[in-house]
Design a protein around this ligand. Structure first.
Ligand SMILES: Cc1cc2nc3c(=O)[nH]c(=O)nc-3n(C[C@H](O)[C@H](O)[C@H](O)COP(=O)(O)OP(=O)(O)OC[C@H]3O[C@@H](n4cnc5c(N)ncnc54)[C@H](O)[C@@H]3O)c2cc1C
Length: 322
């Protein structure tokens, strides 16, 4: 039977939703599903992966793999791919995935497609769809002459199955010697934000130049708190230093596809749309009725965001807390 190998990433000790999506898609394909995870939380994540259909999970639980090191991760990946003999490898199109898997594809001389939004399995074949040219068109891609077909899926594209806690994965520890590392990561300073990462968030509230100044992002934080959302931003305001670049949504920022995206004071430049047009419902708040964002919006509010946003916050707080 064909086999799919899924790369596991976690938010500390919890499987990321994007990984649950991959495991669910792999399980639903009817193929044999294996997975692999790195770092000291690997065993915990492996147990959770079993509930989503992974039959076997390879783990490298060394502390030295807690933080991403391209060379160490690549060595471990090569070892696991050889052991698993999978036909297909699925990973999330995260920053880590997009750095690691092109290296693996090159070293295995195999095909890899990133930023995929659709996937289908037909026997051993895998077909994927991915947007091109900032979402102006999309390409359907299939694989040829690829010993293992490597697919990096964008988060929030696939349904997640119910966890089946009666299912457990067999866990195999892999030891990888990394005595000749050329680069050592000394420290990674993580963002202090408690909020869910933008790419994983179910609701995103984003702000642009219409907010006038950095301090006014507080309005969006209040709305986000009321909704349990994560705050994003246009590139214009990140470039102006109002908020960090980690919050940037768009072609040169993060790609998000939440269930609800609320754009406040954002014009809707093509480069911004490239990062959020996959959102299920888009609400735009802009005082210019001609703003291009309204062409993408499911619901448009023509108005002054300084008037509209506090009213939404008050209303949502009332409704959601009652
Ligand atoms: C190569 C390249 C890559 C890029 N990558 C990205 C990217 O990844 N992400 C990104 O966002 N941009 C990106 N850009 C920049 C992009 O082209 C736009 O310049 C940027 O998105 C504009 O940001 P904005 O909508 O916040 O500002 P503006 O275009 O200035 O829009 C501000 C909006 O706020 C509205 N407004 C003003 N006052 C109010 C008010 N009181 N109430 C309600 N609405 C109000 C205005 O009507 C206007 O529509 C890129 C550009 C290039 C060239």
């Amino acid at each position: 039977m064909s086999k799919i190998l899924v790369f596991i990433e976690g938010n500390t000790d919890q499987l990321k939703n994007s990984v649950k999506e991959l495991l669910s898609a792999a399980h639903n394909s009817g193929q044999n599903v294996e997975a692999f995870a790195f770092g000291s939380q690997a065993k915990t994540l492996a147990n959770q992966a079993g509930h989503f259909g992974a039959k076997k999970v390879y783990i490298c639980s060394s502390d030295s793999l807690n933080d991403y090191n391209p060379q160490a991760f690549l060595t471990a990946c090569k070892d696991i791919v050889a052991k698993s003999q999978a036909n297909t490898l699925l990973a999330s199109s995260s920053s880590l995935g997009k750095d690691l898997f092109p290296r693996l594809a090159a070293s295995l001389n195999t095909g890899m497609v990133s930023d995929c939004t659709e996937i289908s399995f037909e026997g051993d074949d895998v077909k994927v769809k991915k947007p091109l040219y900032a979402g102006k068109c999309s390409a359907e891609v299939s694989f040829e002459n690829s010993p293992i077909k490597m697919v990096l899926m964008r988060p929030n594209q696939l349904p997640i199955n119910e966890a089946d806690t009666s299912q457990e994965a067999t866990i195999e520890e892999i030891n990888v010697e990394n005595t000749d590392l050329k680069v050592l990561i000394k420290e990674i300073v993580k963002s202090t934000s408690e909020k869910l990462d933008l790419t994983e968030a179910n609701i995103v509230v984003s702000g642009g130049r219409g907010l006038k100044e950095a301090g006014n992002f507080k309005l969006l934080e209040d709305l986000a708190d009321a909704l349990g959302a994560t705050v994003g931003a246009s590139r214009a305001v990140c470039d102006d230093g109002w908020v960090p670049h980690s919050m940037q949504v768009g072609q040169t920022g993060k790609t998000v596809a939440p269930n609800l995206y609320i754009a406040c004071g954002i014009s809707g430049a093509i480069q911004h749309l490239a990062g959020m047009s996959g959102s299920k419902v888009i609400v735009a708040i802009n005082n210019d009725p001609e703003a291009p964002i309204f062409q993408k919006a499911t619901y448009g509010i023509v108005g002054d965001l300084f008037d509209v946003v506090p009213k939404l916050t008050a209303e949502f707080s009332k409704v959601l807390q009652s």
